[in-house]
Design a protein around this ligand. Structure first.
Ligand code: C5P
Length: 411
């Protein structure tokens, strides 16, 4: 799994830093290439020479080393890596990451990277449990950072509790997991598994007009669909995103087709076909008003409360799933359920004729609608998989990796 993978290790300054030597050795044994940046504090705990001999590469440590900035700047260090590991992730490093500080080479690389980041925290139990650290941890998780450990046990300072650096085996296993759920066919970032493939995604709510100023809508934020679009571009796909009105930044490289109503979304989605992959995350309004008023409806002393006459909208997912010509090779629908999540998703898979359903529980209190985390089940004709709670970005990456694997396997 790790053969040829390029891991940039940010070695933090904590008593556990020496344990990283084993991790680096283990990663290299599995075929990974490791390049290490040491923070100033890290050098108090281990010597750059030991790190260099184990990592097999020069150790980087000073942002203002002019030779390195000309030969290989901080941007290049991040760009050259497939993934970054921060360990031991001290309370200070986590705070800097969460707040976007960049006052040395390590933190500058962390801010400059768009690669996945894994962190293995290690610190005194009280520092770990401090609300400041926990808030930073939450921020980092929401941004898609994978957190390994910390373990619970006796600490160097004599206290007991969570805060010990995860063991080398656990850190290495986290990399195996990371690459196992990563797209097939990436070798050093050269071959992108969805290069040359088209992905059409619907996202956001639809607005169904009542009159020129009023409409029927729903709480969909579009975050999950936009995250999927970003993940699909990262795998080399050409992505068109048919989007209802949302307030989410458009990811680089994504072509957005803005729409308002379900019928516009249907027409735009069809116009984006053929595509190898269709992903339907939009929360399409089930009904629209039969005849929206031409003028703003007035409330006067005499007027009666108007009755809205509704009619059903077209089902975009079902229509595209059942196309004879231009049906995408893989059609993935979403199902937001408030009860019997799996059974309802299975029934929906059959009813709509799609290949996969990504089902999630949006009952009150789950915070999924509008939030940035999600717990999903993937339902296919072969069975179902329950994924643990993760950020919408992580769901997107994992989902696109699985989609790429499926499409490439059946190509
Ligand atoms: O039937 P339900 O709305 O629960 O189905 C959800 C799935 O169907 C989602 O993938 C959604 O994008 C899609 N859908 C659609 N057009 C509709 C209704 C739902 O594409 N009119």
């Amino acid at each position: 799994m790790l053969d040829g993978k390029r891991i940039l290790v940010i070695l933090g300054g904590g008593i556990a830093a020496y344990k990283l030597l084993d991790t680096i050795r283990g990663l290299r044994r599995k075929g990974a290439q490791t390049r290490v940046i040491m923070t100033r504090a890290a050098k108090q705990f281990v010597t750059p020479l030991s790190v260099a001999s184990l990592s097999g590469e020069k150790v980087y440590d000073d942002m203002f080393d002019l030779t390195d900035e000309t030969e290989i700047g901080h941007i290049q260090l991040s760009r050259d890596a497939d993934v970054l590991l921060v360990a031991p992730a001290t309370a200070d490093l986590m705070a800097k990451m969460a707040n976007g500080h960049c006052d040395d080479l390590a933190t500058t690389c962390l801010l400059a990277t768009d690669k996945p980041v894994l962190i293995a925290p290690a610190m005194n139990v009280r520092m770990w449990e401090h609300p400041a650290t926990q808030t930073n941890l939450q921020t980092l998780k929401e941004r898609g950072v994978t957190v390994i450990g910390p373990d619970e046990g006796e600490m160097a300072c004599g206290e007991f509790g969570p805060g010990r650096l995860a063991e080398a085996d656990a850190i290495i296993a986290a990399f195996d997991d990371h690459f196992a759920s990563s797209p097939v066919g990436i070798v050093g970032g050269d071959v992108l598994p969805l290069a040359g493939k088209r992905v059409m995604i619907t996202a956001g709510p639809t607005y169904e007009p009542i009159d020129p100023v009023r409409y029927i809508a729903n709480r969909s934020s579009g975050k999950q669909g936009y995250a999927i679009a970003r993940a699909a571009v990262a795998l080399g796909a050409h992505v068109s995103l048919v989007s209802g009105p949302v307030h989410v930044d458009v990811p680089d490289g994504v072509e957005v087709i803005p729409v308002e109503t379900a019928r516009e979304m249907m027409a735009a989605a069809r116009a984006e076909l053929p595509a190898e992959i269709g992903i339907f995350t939009a929360a399409v309004a089930d009904w629209r008003t039969v005849t929206p008023a031409d003028q703003k409806m007035k409330k006067t002393a005499k007027s009666k409360t108007p009755k809205l006459e509704l009619t059903e909208n077209p089902d975009i997912l079902a229509t595209i799933s059942q196309l004879k010509k231009d049906r995408p090779q893989l059609v993935v629908g979403f199902a937001a359920e408030t009860e019997n999540v799996i059974e309802n998703a299975k029934a929906k898979l059959k009813r709509k004729g799609c290949d996969w359903i990504v089902a999630n529980d949006v009952s009150q209190g789950t915070g999924v609608m509008g939030g940035s985390r999600n717990t999903v089940h993937i339902v296919t004709e072969d069975g179902e998989q329950a994924w643990p709670e993760m950020s919408k970005d992580e769901v997107a990456r994992k989902l696109m990796a699985a989609i790429a694997a499926k499409v490439n396997a059946s190509a």
